[in-house]
Design a protein around this ligand. Structure first.
Ligand code: FAD
Length: 452
């Protein structure tokens, strides 16, 4: 087949792949998405139980997630995020939830458990952010490589003290990233803070699955196609060997490939096409596990969605709770309620070998202490445990990312037509995934337009 007649293949139909394919299609390029599963959406997509849309992670985003909003509008999911002023935030303090406002320094300083001295120390925050501003870019996280030499915990202790680390920094980090504050780069926290400070906490109205389905319906998708090996052809294209669920092995040819799969899968599938610098950047990428107990309730516990963060010093096995009332057209049926209890990782890993239902019962009992009577109207329980849920951005990751991204234009100039998208490059939230797909597609579109 002549090189120009070959399509572009996007390997992976998670949100990064869907976003890349969407942009390529919008630019008028022939694009086919290969997805090994039977449905789109990847790790972010949950399941439906008794009319409840059960996400497998707290489905929180910032209302300032403009790229996600644009993507939603483009695929036809209008008003996809819940009106945000209706989501309330609380922190657990001495066993009781206390409302917090994180949209201002004054609000932050009044977080329960923080004293006057902590409040004064927090005044350093705007000055620090100003100092780092030029390097913090949500579109290009690797530009913060020069700040990537200190962990979140060291950074917080140094500038704000241990109490602020326990009461605000660690609980904030826990609900958005994988990994512990002792390992995670402070850049991850600063980027998260930047993202959250651009809006309020938001929830998807109808769930991520609906968004993935709406996008995939307008794309050329091949489900049950697992790419096993990608090799470069002499004429500049690629041969992609696939394992096809219905028909066994199949080989496809492409003029360019977008790899929108987790980093270890990239190394496995496209290892022979990667440079040493790329392999050095991708091999250390680590993913953290995630555990969640979802309770479908006969009646809602709260009139509006409530998000509760629980500092470690409260000694609870739970680190965050999302309580949602149902409404017509929402993720929870009208009149019902849903509780999502995010378990603390050290608690879950210390119970390796213990039956899931025993661990889930302990989590449920711990929540009963916080909100007595909450579990009295449970319709269903779902314990969700994923071993490789979210990428960890440990100290040094952004420096590795910078090396990875720096070499890309050079390899493209040499004629290589491989592009990369995914949470491990951009950050573990849906806005970042959309951006990651758009970055990969943007580079590919630019190369397509170059004279041969
Ligand atoms: C259980 C869970 C729930 C989550 N919920 C949320 C959430 O609500 N909000 C949020 O912001 N983040 C959430 N996250 C994090 C988020 O899901 C991930 O950051 C995100 O899914 C990564 O998207 P991706 O497109 O990079 O990769 P993935 O979602 O992993 O997508 C990759 C896709 O490629 C496919 N694939 C892999 N290998 C191959 C191959 N060889 N050939 C063909 N196809 C292949 C996979 O089946 C998958 O569909 C969640 C993570 C988990 C584990």
């Amino acid at each position: 087949m002549n090189a120009e007649a070959r399509p572009i293949l996007v390997v992976g139909g998670g949100f990064a792949g869907l976003s890349a394919a969407w942009q390529l299609r919008a630019a008028g390029l022939p694009v086919v998405v290969l997805e090994q599963a039977a449905k789109p959406g990847g790790r972010a997509c949950g399941e439906r139980i008794e009319g409840f849309s059960v996400e497998s992670r707290l489905p929180l985003v910032s209302s300032g997630a403009s790229r996600l909003r644009n993507f939603m509008a483009a695929v036809g999911v209008q008003e996809g995020l819940l009106p945000l002023r209706f989501v309330s935030m609380a922190h657990l303090h001495r066993g009781r939830p206390r409302a917090v406002k994180i949209d201002s320094l004054r609000g932050l300083a009044s977080t329960p458990g923080l004293g006057l001295r902590d409040g004064f120390r927090l005044l350093r925050l705007p000055r620090l952010l100003q100092r780092y501003q030029a390097k913090l870019d949500l579109e290009f996280p690797e530009r913060a490589a020069a700040l990537d030499y200190r962990s979140v915990a060291d950074f917080a202790r140094l500038y704000f003290g241990s109490n602020v680390l326990d009461r605000w920094v660690a609980p904030t980090l826990a609900t958005a990233s994988g990994g512990s504050p002792e390992d995670t780069s402070r850049v991850a926290f600063l980027l998260q803070w930047l993202r959250e400070s651009r809006g309020e906490i938001a929830l998807p109205r109808a769930g991520w699955e609906a968004l993935a389905r709406a996008a995939a319906e307008r794309l050329s998708m091949r489900y049950g196609f697992a790419a096993r090996e990608i090799v470069a052809l002499e004429d500049g294209g690629y041969r992609v060997a696939c394992e096809v669920a219905t028909s066994g092995a199949q080989t496809l040819e492409a003029r360019a490939v977008v790899l929108a799969i987790p980093a270890p899968a990239v190394c496995k599938v496209a290892g022979s096409c990667l440079s040493l610098t790329e392999r050095d950047a991708l091999l250390p990428v680590r993913y953290a596990p995630e555990a969640l107990l979802v309770l479908g309730l006969d009646r809602a516990r709260t009139g509006i969605p409530e998000f509760l963060r629980i500092p470690k010093s409260e000694s609870s096995p739970i680190q965050a709770v999302l309580s949602e009332p149902g409404f017509a057209g929402g993720r929870v049926p009208n009149g019902r309620g849903m509780l999502m209890l995010q378990a603390r990782e050290d608690f879950v890993s210390a119970r390796a070998g213990v039956a899931d239902d025993v661990v889930a019962k302990e989590i449920e009992a711990a929540y009963e202490q916080i909100d007595p009577g909450a579990t009295g109207t449970v319709r269903f329980r779902r314990w969700l445990r994923s071993e490789l849920a979210v990428p960890c951005f440990d100290v040094g990751s952004y420096r590795r990312l910078a090396r990875f991204q720096k070499i890309q234009p050079e390899l493209r100039r040499e004629g290589r037509r491989l592009y990369f998208a995914g949470d491990y490059l951009q950050g573990p939230d849906l806005d970042a995934l959309v951006v990651s797909g758009e970055r990969a597609a943007g580079a590919l579109i630019a190369d397509e337009r170059l004279p041969a």
